[in-house]
Write a protein that binds this ligand. Structure first.
Ligand code: URA
Length: 254
C-alpha cells in the first residue's frame, strides 16, 4: 500500500467533516471528467494531492485548502450557484421550450440564466424548484436510483376514501409500470375536495396528477414543499433565494 493511501484510510470524510468531498467526486464536480473516469485516473496514479500521488478515490478533499493536480495541471475549483425558487403556476421549467410563453428563468436575474432546473414541475404546479449548474447535485436529486423523497401538498376533487388512498400509496400502473410506494398524510376532507400531503420518490411525468386520476380524483392544486434535504419554507410565490451553506452541504452529503 502507498504511504498516501495509508494516510487516507484514517481520513475518510465523516458527518463532522461536511465540506470535504471524496477525491473522485471532487474531480467530477470540477469538470475534470466523469466519476467513472475519475476512479481510473486516480488508480493510474495521475492525481497528485497536496504534492503526493494519491490512489485513494475516497480521500477527503477540502477545496478551500487542498491542492489537486491531474497530469501536472492544477484542478480549478468551479463556482456553483444554487437558487431555490417558489415557482408560481403558469411558468414552464424547461429552458429551451421555444413555445413557452414564460419560463422559470424569467423570474430570476440575468446572472442566473445559465442555471438549469433540477427535475421538472408541470406548468400548473407550484413550489420548490432548485436551479443550479452543479450537475452532480442535480443527478443525486433526480436519478431514480437514489430514491429522493419529494413531498407535495395536493388538493384533489371529491372525498378521498380510504381504499383509493391505499391504492395510490401501494402504487398504480402508469404506462405499464407500477409506481413505487407513496405515503399520504394529513388528509383533510373539505367540501367537495380533499387536501393532503403526498410523498413520492420517483419523478415520472405528471406523476401525482396521474396517480390520483387513476383512482378517479382530479388534482386541482399541486405544490412541491420538500425535495430531499431542501424545504420550501416561507419563500413567497415567485420569489427566490440562494441556498445557505448548510443546505449546500446537505446536498453534498447525499
Ligand atoms: N407530479 C405532478 O403530477 N406534477 C408535478 O409537477 C410534479 C409531480
Amino acid at each position: 500500500m502507498y504511504r498516501s493511501q495509508q494516510l487516507f484510510y484514517f481520513m475518510k470524510p465523516s458527518d463532522k467533516d461536511p465540506i470535504k468531498l471524496r477525491l473522485q467526486v471532487f474531480l467530477s464536480r470540477n469538470g475534470v471528467c466523469s466519476r467513472r473516469q475519475a476512479m481510473d485516473i486516480i488508480k493510474e496514479g495521475r492525481v497528485k494531492f497536496n504534492g503526493q500521488i494519491c490512489r485513494e478515490p475516497s480521500a477527503p478533499v477540502d477545496s478551500s485548502r487542498d491542492h489537486v493536480f491531474v497530469d501536472g495541471k492544477r484542478v480549478q475549483v468551479k463556482r456553483y450557484d444554487y437558487v431555490l425558487l417558489n415557482k408560481p403556476a403558469g411558468y414552464t421549467t424547461t429552458k429551451f421550450d421555444r413555445h413557452a410563453q414564460k419560463t422559470v428563468l424569467n423570474l430570476l436575474p440575468r446572472k442566473f440564466r445559465h442555471l438549469s432546473s433540477v427535475g421538472r414541475l408541470d406548468r400548473d404546479t407550484e413550489g420548490l424548484l432548485l436551479l443550479t449548474n452543479d450537475g452532480d447535485a442535480a443527478y443525486q436529486l433526480t436519478h431514480p436510483k437514489f430514491n429522493v423523497d419529494k413531498t407535495y401538498f395536493a388538493r384533489v376533487s371529491g372525498n378521498l376514501e380510504m381504499d383509493k388512498r391505499k391504492k395510490v400509496e401501494s402504487g398504480v400502473v402508469l404506462d405499464g409500470k407500477r409506481t413505487a410506494p407513496a405515503k399520504i398524510k394529513k388528509v383533510k376532507p373539505l367540501k367537495n375536495v380533499t387536501e393532503l400531503m403526498i410523498t413520492i420518490h420517483e419523478g415520472r411525468k405528471r406523476q401525482v396528477r396521474f396517480m390520483f386520476s387513476k383512482v378517479g380524483h382530479r388534482v386541482i392544486y399541486l405544490k412541491r414543499l420538500i425535495q430531499g434535504p431542501l424545504v420550501l419554507g416561507a419563500l413567497k410565490k415567485g420569489e427566490w433565494r440562494l441556498l445557505n451553506q448548510q443546505e449546500i452541504e446537505g446536498l453534498k452529503k447525499m
